[in-house]
Ligand binder design. Structure first.
Ligand SMILES: [Ca+2]
Length: 104
């Protein structure tokens, strides 16, 4: 940066300017796929892995941390690890009973 006075001839001074560009949380987490579809046997053991979802956020830390949560009534009986996106069979297997179609 230069500073110039009004003399004749003008005298100048200089200084170094350092600008540190800091990241802000301006990007949202996005999933690698728009839709995930998993299948699981109704008699799967509790804790069995159903599937894994993956999301990324291109911001710098800490604004790039991604946590996973399930939402909606249909997901109520399943568990997802908030840190790695792995969904598993819940401890309460009633989800399979409530979602089953019975025919007689
Ligand atoms: Ca972000």
């Amino acid at each position: 940066m230069l500073a110039v006075d009004g003399g004749d001839p003008p005298k100048t001074g200089s200084a170094e300017v350092v600008i540190k560009l800091e990241d802000v949380d301006d990007n949202v987490a996005v999933f690698s796929d728009a839709t995930y579809q998993f299948s699981v046997a109704e008699n799967s053991a509790v804790g069995s892995l159903v599937g894994t979802v993956t999301g990324v956020d291109i911001d710098l830390p800490p604004y790039n941390l991604v946590y996973y949560y399930l939402s909606g009534d249909e997901a109520r009986g399943f568990h997802i690890n908030p840190h790695n996106g792995q969904s598993s069979v819940p401890a309460l297997p009633s989800i399979f009973v409530t979602n089953r179609i019975f025919t007689s």
